[in-house]
Design a protein around this ligand. Structure first.
Ligand SMILES: [Zn+2]
Ligand SMILES: [Zn+2]
Length: 537
């Protein structure tokens, strides 16, 4: 039994693992890399396998960082089946087509630029048509149902409580040495989220792929988070200001709608306008309504009492760009929920442009902000950000509410792992930024004494069986070749240096236009520190 770690390795995007048992080859997840240019280039070079050799893709959930390359694989000759839950298929239908649309737009934009520079024509990674075609390969399974991939490999999907239809995948492999079980946590949900259920408990396993998005962080409790949100909205109402919430269409948009609905139902706030400004969020909210069997008990009770938790007074869904623009002409206070969640694209950028510089506005981050994203820069305290070629000052109140995250925090992850009773469990930590995965890995090995590995991108391993000869060498445990470590360090250093250069350039401009003694002091310190560093090197 062999595996290759293809994505979601020392990063949060591009989740994919190749599994091979004899001649049977399949993937668990087939996600798109997002964020840095260097990562995005990986989407084009899937050399680790031939798409046509794969029999299955087991899909944990619909998020693009897990499903986004399926249309590309189908385009490259994948003829097998994509196995997932029904809600995941429903969500993939809108999300993959939307992703195809984004790819087409991106290529078109490249071409407009490229033509002027005399470059070759760019082709999209895949098109809307490719995405639609790929949907024909999907086959759905129910939670808890055993599905046979071959005579000696069977799988089961269990609720991961992350988003609608999300799954933990268990794989049993029959081998000469007996049966072994491989578990993929997928993205694990935060417990006590409304709408979706809590993550299922897994008690057995020989190998575990464990996500680590928030492996070094603790969320505030749900109750505290709700109170914080209420306070922010009330304050905005008092100042006739707006609250802007960047959110992925299928991340916490529905959770926020539900929570604001509760505020209005309980009369904690008046029925202010709530704008859902993302066509994708509109379709996905419809999908939520269609898949109510996936809801938790609390939501089911609301529904059977005749209340739809996603229909609240004052809610406005905006489809067209004109409607979207009109939102900012409305002078009353209100809440705007818009995509993308990391502020790198989409309509949210218009709303940020309108509100970031206004002191009375509130911006609330509820989802994960990857390194390099605009959202991350705002959270990290950037004084200005560039939107549509214009520097916009960040003066609004900036909040992060981790309690609305769709991901378990460090405690949630460790609690979930604690249920597995097998002293010989081998844990592979994935789906997290490098230092976070390493930190969680260390905690897991200290607390539970499980063998723990944070794999390298493209690393191959023989998990068990008699296929040792097939791979000439296995990387020694945790021993990163020094030259690789150096190149990682150099790359990080190089990026940090470039960021510093850009910052200094901006500071220089500022310095030319006004004089601020405190600022001058800070700059002197930076300059001194740099000199020290240089002499040490
Ligand atoms: Zn996810
Ligand atoms: Zn993910």
């Amino acid at each position: 039994m062999r595996v290759t770690f293809l994505g979601g390795i020392r990063t949060v995007t591009g989740s994919a693992t190749l599994l091979e048992k004899g001649s049977l080859k399949w993937l668990v997840d087939c996600g798109m890399f997002q964020g840095s240019k260097e990562h995005e280039e990986r989407n084009w070079n899937l050399q680790a396998y031939q798409a046509k050799d794969l029999s299955f893709i087991l899909l944990t959930h619909a998020h693009i960082d897990h499903s986004g390359l399926i249309p590309k694989l189908v385009k490259d000759g994948f003829g097998g089946k994509v196995i997932c839950t029904k809600a995941t298929l429903d969500l993939c239908e809108v999300m993959l087509q939307d992703s195809g649309h984004i790819q087409e737009m991106e290529a078109e934009w490249q071409n407009r630029k490229g033509k002027r520079a005399g470059k070759d024509e760019a082709t999209p990674l895949y098109t809307v048509e490719d995405a639609t075609k790929s949907l024909g390969h999907f086959q759905t399974v129910s939670y808890d149902e055993i599905f046979q991939l071959s005579d000696d490999v069977k799988v089961r999907f269990q609720d991961a409580g992350h988003i609608l239809g999300s799954a933990i995948i268990e794989i049993w492999v029959e081998d000469a040495g007996g049966e072994r079980k491989i578990v993929f946590s997928g993205d694990l949900g935060n417990s006590d989220q409304p709408l979706v259920r809590d993550p299922s408990i897994v008690e057995q396993g020989d190998f575990l792929w464990l996500e680590s998005t928030y492996g070094n962080r603790l969320h505030k409790s749900r109750e505290e988070t709700i109170q914080e949100l209420l306070k922010i909205v009330q304050e905005a109402i008092a100042h006739r200001a707006k609250v802007v919430i960047p959110a992925f269409a299928v991340e916490r948009t529905q959770d926020i709608i539900y929570t604001l609905g509760q505020f209005i139902r309980k009369r904690s706030i008046p029925p202010i306008p709530i704008y859902i400004d993302s066509p994708l969020a509109i379709s996905t909210t419809e999908i939520f309504k269609r898949n109510s069997d996936c809801f938790d008990q609390e939501t089911k009770d609301l529904l059977s009492g005749g209340e739809n938790p996603l229909d609240i007074p004052g809610i406005r869904y905006t489809q067209t760009t004109e409607e979207s623009r009109a939102i900012n002409e409305d002078q009353r206070s209100g809440v705007i929920i818009s995509a993308s969640g990391m502020c790198d694209s989409g309509r949210i950028q218009h709303h940020l442009k309108h509100h970031l510089w206004r002191e009375e506005s509130h911006i609330i981050f509820i989802g994960y902000q990857a390194e390099g994203s605009i959202g991350r820069r705002i959270i990290d305290g950037a004084k200005t950000v560039k939107l549509f070629g214009e520097e916009i000052a960040v003066k609004a109140h900036i909040h992060t509410l981790g309690g609305f995250s769709a991901h378990a925090d460090q405690k949630g992850l460790l609690d979930w792992v604690s249920h597995i009773h097998n002293p010989d469990l081998h844990v592979f930590v994935n789906h997290g930024e490098e230092k976070v995965s390493l930190e969680l890995g260390q905690l897991v090995s200290e607390q539970f004494h499980f063998k723990t590995t944070v794999p390298q991108w493209k690393e191959k391993r023989v998990l068990f069986g008699d296929e040792q000869e097939a791979i000439p060498e296995e990387r020694p445990e945790e021993a990163i070749p020094p030259e690789e470590l150096f190149s990682v360090l150099f790359n990080n250093l190089d990026r940090a240096y470039k960021r510093l250069r850009r910052k200094l350039k901006r500071e220089k401009k500022k310095g030319e236009s006004f004089y601020d003694p405190r600022h001058l002091k800070e700059l002197e310190q930076v300059s001194k520190k740099l000199e020290e560093l240089e002499s040490e090197l």
